[in-house]
Design a protein around this ligand. Structure first.
Ligand code: GDP
Ligand code: MG
Length: 300
């Protein structure tokens, strides 16, 4: 039996969370086309007859400006040395730049073996992949270089096989049917944040945080044809300024209404219940630099 920790690392937006969800066949991490979507490390376990891979999805590697981002980077740094294997993802559609060099420099003194995963090959030409391999192969001693599409699942099975080749012989840590370690509250708050991210631009994704205040079971709906459960869920959306609040609410409340509908639909599937979702937007100046707010959100 083989088992171990595999950290997914790389710049923001390269597809780390997409890969984790694809491998697990279930959403454990939210996805967006905005950078810095993932703010904490997210564990996802895949157990097969070969053993158990414990994936650690991480925030994207970037230069931190706020306390929030410093915490995010500390999470990444600690998983570099504590993992059995690192999977460095890059976005094949982008040119090599300062951000990529920063990632390579970050890994310079790390002794953990590294795979290079060239992601998003579904939308580029084969020749381009060869050029990327050529550029990267001398930068570091990559144990494997694998072109993948996290979105389409291309080569993901090959990746899993290669991961097993590099994992130590040891016992499983988690039960076979354990898929994630995040609390239900955390997932629900992330779903709300994902829906917000799909509607906003510019600095809004960075200044938005979601906290679930209450989840109340309101019993069975006797009149419902399927006799579904009813749950009341209250969440607070934190932003930093009043104009952020206005954007999130939208004209005549249109944006927050869309967010509410989209989040509720997904939550109803996950919780198998009818949800009454109560969303509030609160201005908390400079929350990204306030330890008490960060602690609150982190602990949910
Ligand atoms: P992360 O920040 O590294 O976790 O990146 P995400 O998983 O949130 O993905 C960022 C964006 O890239 C999203 O819009 C994804 O749909 C997109 N994406 C991720 N993987 C692929 C892929 O293999 N192909 C394509 N075309 N898009 C992808
Ligand atoms: Mg992510």
């Amino acid at each position: 039996m083989k088992a171990g920790y595999v950290a997914l690392i790389g710049r923001p937006n390269v597809g780390k969370s997409t890969l984790l969800n694809n491998i697990l066949g279930q959403k454990v991490a939210i996805i967006s086309d905005k950078p810095q979507t993932t703010r904490t490390s997210i564990l996802g376990m895949k157990t097969t007859e070969k053993g158990q891979i414990i994936f650690v999805d991480n925030p994207g590697i970037h230069k931190p400006l706020h306390k929030l981002n410093k915490r995010m980077m500390n999470i990444v740094f600690s998983s570099l040395e504590t993992s059995d294997l690192l999977c460095l993802l890059i976005d094949a559609t982008l040119k090599f730049g300062h951000g990529d060099q920063f990632v390579i420099d970050t890994l310079h003194d790390v002794t953990t073996p590294v795979f290079l995963l060239i992601n998003k090959v579904d939308i580029i030409k084969k020749e381009k992949v060869l050029l990327i391999i050529d550029k990267y192969k001398d930068m570091m001693d990559f144990k494997e270089i694998i072109p993948i599409s996290a979105l389409k699942g291309t080569n993901v099975d090959v990746l899993e096989d290669m991961i097993y080749n590099h994992l130590p012989e040891t016992d499983k840590t988690y039960a076979d049917d354990d898929i994630s370690r995040q609390s239900e509250r955390f997932l629900l708050s992330e779903i709300i944040r994902e829906k917000i991210l799909s509607h906003v631009r510019e600095e809004l994704p960075f200044v938005t945080a979601v906290y679930i205040d209450t989840i109340e079971d309101r019993g069975i709906m006797e009149k419902h044809p399927k006799k579904r459960r009813l749950k009341y869920l209250k969440a607070t959306i934190f932003v930093e300024k009043d104009n952020h609040r206005k954007i999130i609410i939208g004209r005549h409340g249109s944006l927050i209404k869309s967010v509410g509908i989209e989040a509720r639909k997904e939550m109803e599937k996950i919780l198998d219940a009818k949800i009454f979702l109560d969303l509030q937007v609160k201005v908390k100046e400079r929350w990204r630099d306030k330890a008490n707010v960060l602690d609150l959100i982190e602990r949910q």
